[in-house]
Design a binder for this molecule. Structure first.
Ligand SMILES: *[C@@H]1O[C@H](CO)[C@@H](O)[C@H](O)[C@H]1NC(C)=O
Ligand SMILES: *[C@@H]1O[C@H](CO)[C@@H](O)[C@H](O)[C@H]1NC(C)=O
Ligand SMILES: *[C@@H]1O[C@H](CO)[C@@H](O)[C@H](O)[C@H]1NC(C)=O
Ligand SMILES: *[C@@H]1O[C@H](CO)[C@@H](O)[C@H](O)[C@H]1NC(C)=O
Length: 840
């Protein structure tokens, strides 16, 4: 089938290696060739060279000037000699009527527009008296602008996303004359400004930056020298930070002297030059553990604008990873809490990173304070660093950058308000969409009609008013009850919330057993209506559960929001919690295979949470009491009240009290205050130990070293003697290979660092393999189970087997929701087919 291509390989490989070498060479030097690069020395009849750059003479093609009167002005070299780029300020073009420069744009996208002004007197024109407006077709850059300081030049830099084929910069005199000394229009790398940033108040994502015009107001190299355009590939100027420091005595400077690292997805050499990342201002209090100071830089800004603040960080001061933790503040608000640069930089010191933060116009005052302060974590020395900082004024278009006019960015609030308001709507839409999907035959009919309901739904959910749209909903459901239950129905089903019917109690409220009129059993979770926290969790849960359908997740049947109640109705899980089958109850003991099947089911549920939707969902409270068993001992993961979606994890939750359950909590969570999917993997590792040893994860009655199951279990695992602590009831029945693989899996889950832990998918795969080893006959070969099927070429040929089984089983299980899971496919059977086929 596959033609051997041994001969062709060497040249191909060589080419590949050469390409690698070449491309890595290219990466070493920051290079950027701007598609558009216009440098114009206005008013100058000849071109002018400053540093390594040459500014063309005014009016040289292809830049066009249109003006009614050609006035090319000049002043003596002495008058400007003390300024940076002095040659550019020696000439100016003067306009006495509206005039413009036109630049052809080769590549649309972000461009720097840099304007140079210095008011000198030329003949009868005193430029210091000039007052004028500068704009592009889309953005007002300067409005009725007058040089604030007549004795110094003024330099303005804007970054505009130009979406036209030509850029026209217009000058309009307000009282007779306008002028300009030099102009730059230069392409900016596409990824320099990304669309999203983090807002500080409230803590949430801000997006839409890529279209917004920005004005650079400060660009600072902390702890290092001034960087001139010649030393920056993008010809930016970075000034020193000392004059902005409020309390220089608590700071010290440091220069690294070696090359800093750049990692994929982080900062590049174009984000800021090496010299910015290679120098730093650090908190000097770093070895006096009780001196807690912030270092603060203060900048004069225009109040009433929103600002994009870019922090440049590079940990060039630490000797080891995960030792530097600090906080960053913008305008008095938390921008970063217990920031750990090691985590941001894939665990490599001296790696360049940056963080974009947006301060809204409502919070900006005329003094912008940027502070770096020590972390309040225990066992962390007070320290903190900052390598560079950029402060950019955000404009929303037409009324932009009006110097001193103080009109703010009002749109932002409106947009955010709309977004927040929309969230409630979304929840209901989601519930209804789900509803529509329940019965495939009704799909089309429903998708046309859910919109109007959603509006009622929102009102109903957010105010608790008793709108009755239930009839419409229930009629479409072909069943005795709908997704929104009447309170009276649940009252009846739970024997009026009989305390004797309580089957569980959680942070959210009590869980009752319920029996509907048609004898269907349900679990009714009744929230405490008074707590706002509860209401949020209620919504979270409805939203999440209705998005998620999986055989190994406990299904939401409906909810009730009548009378301000927050009640969730779930499918009833006959056999209760996994925990109750391990210890502390009279339930019969599960054998090793049953326990593994349960673990595999739960792992599958969690894997789906992590990967089943666009945004990973972190469970946050994985424990044996949240793994429920149905009458066939099928495991389902429960309790999403604490769940939060993954990558864009709302920062407010990071700083709130730790949620989750003691004994299961990821230790890295304490260090980083950040949750990832890997926190769930850790907790699941603890569950695996619990399943093996059948004892509580924390048991204070035991001798000290035994109290914490995770520690105790790992101790035995590391000694290679895990068998010593296996539940007596099953210890004789576990095959050594199976136990060995199981122990290895636990150990990987419980790794100290999230990055070292496997994904849930890998855990699942490993557990399948553990089960195989338990069932094993002699043909099972020890493939490296950490690899996925697709990574094992010899098995690829057997994919046919997998497909045929999936199809059969999907058909068999069609009455369940087959969308996301080959629910009824026993993965172990699939795996066994693959392994055996390979063995042949
Ligand atoms: C410029 O704006 C357009 C739309 O307004 C957007 O699609 C594009 O990504 C932006 N370019 C950059 C470089 O941000
Ligand atoms: C800037 O560049 C010049 C030459 O281009 C070099 O001599 C100088 O050391 C550089 N300065 C810094 C701070 O890198
Ligand atoms: C740190 O402590 C040592 C000894 O107490 C002292 O000599 C040194 O100057 C301190 N360093 C700083 C940066 O405060
Ligand atoms: C640092 O500044 C922030 C914001 O202004 C403030 O909340 C915090 O208390 C300060 N920390 C110290 C140690 O002064």
């Amino acid at each position: 089938m596959m033609a051997p291509s041994g001969r062709k390989r060497p040249p191909a490989a060589t080419t590949f290696i050469l390409l690698c070498i070449l491309s890595s060479l290219c990466v070493c030097k920051a290079q950027f060739k701007p598609a558009d690069s216009y440098l114009v020395d206005c008013g100058s009849p000849k071109s002018t060279t400053v540093g390594q750059r040459t500014f063309a003479s005014d009016g040289a093609s292809p830049v066009k000037v249109s003006t009614s009167q050609e006035i090319l002005a000049g002043t003596s070299a002495n008058g400007v000699a003390s300024f940076d780029n002095s040659a550019l300020y020696q000439t100016a073009r003067i306009f006495t009527s509206p005039s413009s420069y036109t630049f052809p744009i080769q590549k649309q996208g972000r461009h720097f527009i840099r304007l140079y002004f210095f008011p000198f007197t030329y003949q009868s024109y005193d430029l210091a008296l000039a007052k004028f407006t500068v704009s592009t077709q889309d953005v007002l850059l300067l409005s009725d602008f007058q040089q604030p300081d007549k004795t110094a030049p003024l330099f303005k830099e804007y970054s505009l996303n130009i979406t036209r084929d030509t850029l026209v910069i217009s000058f309009k005199p307000s009282n007779g004359i306008a002028f300009i000394n030099a102009i730059e229009v230069v392409s900016v790398p596409d990824d320099l400004i990304v669309d999203a940033a983090q807002m500080v108040n409230p803590m949430q994502q801000y997006s839409g930056l890529s279209a917004q015009p920005l004005e650079t107001v400060y660009r600072v190299n902390m702890g290092g020298p001034k960087v001139t355009p010649d030393n920056d590939t993008l010809s930016r100027t970075w000034v020193t930070d000392q004059k902005y420091l409020l309390n220089p005595t608590v700071t010290k400077k440091f220069a690294y002297g070696k090359d800093v690292n750049y990692k994929k997805g982080g900062a590049t050499q174009l984000t800021a030059p090496d010299i910015v990342y290679g120098t730093v201002t650090e908190l000097a209090a770093s070895n006096t553990s009780n001196a807690l100071f912030n270092m603060t830089w203060q900048f004069d800004v225009d109040a009433g604008f929103s600002y994009l603040i870019r922090f440049h960080f590079c940990d060039i001061v630490s000797k080891a990873l995960n030792q530097l933790y600090f906080n960053a503040y913008v305008g008095g608000f938390f921008a970063q809490n217990n920031l750990d640069l090691s985590v941001m930089s894939d665990n490599q010191l001296a790696t360049a990173t940056y963080i974009d933060v947006v301060l809204s116009s409502n919070d900006a005052s005329s003094k912008l304070g940027i502070s770096i302060g020590p972390s309040t974590l225990n066992n962390v020395l007070p320290d903190g660093i900052l390598n560079g900082l950029e402060v950019m004024k955000i404009s929303t278009g037409g009324s932009a950058f009006t110097v001193g006019s103080g009109t703010g960015n009002k749109n932002l609030g409106v947009i955010l308000g709309a977004v927040l308001g929309g969230a409630g709507l979304l929840i209901i839409i989601v519930v209804l969409v789900l509803l529509c999907r329940k019965k495939k035959t009704l799909e089309k009919q429903h998708s046309k009609t859910w919109m109007p309901f959603s509006i009622n739904g929102l009102t109903s959910l957010s105010t608790g008013s008793r709108t009755s749209y239930g009839t419409t909903l229930t009629s479409g459901l072909n069943g005795s009850y709908g997704y929104r239950f009447a309170f009276s129905v649940l009252q009846e089903a739970t024997n009026n919330f009989d305390e004797n019917w309580v089957i569980g109690v959680g942070g959210f409220g009590k869980v009752y057993k319920g029996v509907m009129r048609d004898e269907t059993k349900v679990a009714v979770k009744r929230g405490n209506p008074k707590s706002q926290q509860g209401l949020n969790e209620f919504r979270t849960e409805i939203e999440l559960l209705s998005r998620l359908r999986h055989r190994h997740l406990v299904s939401l049947i409906g909810y009730c929001d009548e009378r301000n109640e927050m009640i969730l109705v779930y499918e009833y899980m006959e056999k209760g919690t996994l925990k109750s089958h391990l210890y502390g109850s009279d339930n019969p003991s599960l054998n090793w295979k049953q326990r593994l099947e349960v673990c595999i089911g739960a792992a599958r549920g969690l894997h789906y949470l992590h990967t089943g939707s666009a945004k990973a969902i972190i469970h946050r409270d994985v424990k044996s009491a949240n793994i429920l068993l149905d009458e066939n001992l099928l495991a389902k993961v429960a309790d999403f009240g604490l769940s939060k979606t993954g990558p864009e994890l709302d920062q407010t939750h990071v700083s709130t009290a730790v949620k989750g359950s003691f004994g299961y909590l990821d230790p890295e969570y304490f260090r980083r205050q950040q949750l990832t999917e890997k926190s769930d993997v850790y907790s699941f590792g603890v569950v695996l130990l619990e399943v093996l040893c059948a004892r509580p994860v924390i048991d204070p009655t035991l001798p000290r070293e035994m109290v914490n199951l995770a520690e105790w279990g790992m101790k035995w695992q590391k000694r290679g003697e895990l068998h010593q602590i296996v539940d007596q009831r099953i210890s004789g029945t576990i095959r050594p290979d199976s136990l060995r693989k199981f122990g290895e899996t636990v150990e990987k889950c419980l790794a100290d660092y999230g990055v070292e832990r496997p994904s849930m998918g890998d855990v699942l795969w490993n557990l399948e393999y553990v089960l195989q080893l338990q069932d094993a006959d002699s043909t099972v070969s020890d493939v490296n189970s950490m690899n996925r099927i697709v990574e094992l070429p010899s098995q690829v040929q057997n994919v046919g087997a997998l497909e045929s089984i999936s199809v059969t089983m999907a058909e068999a299980g069609a009455s369940n929701d087959p969308d996301h899971d080959l629910s009824d496919v026993s993965m172990s059977r699939v795996f066994s087919q693959l392994i055996k086929a390979e063995g042949r």
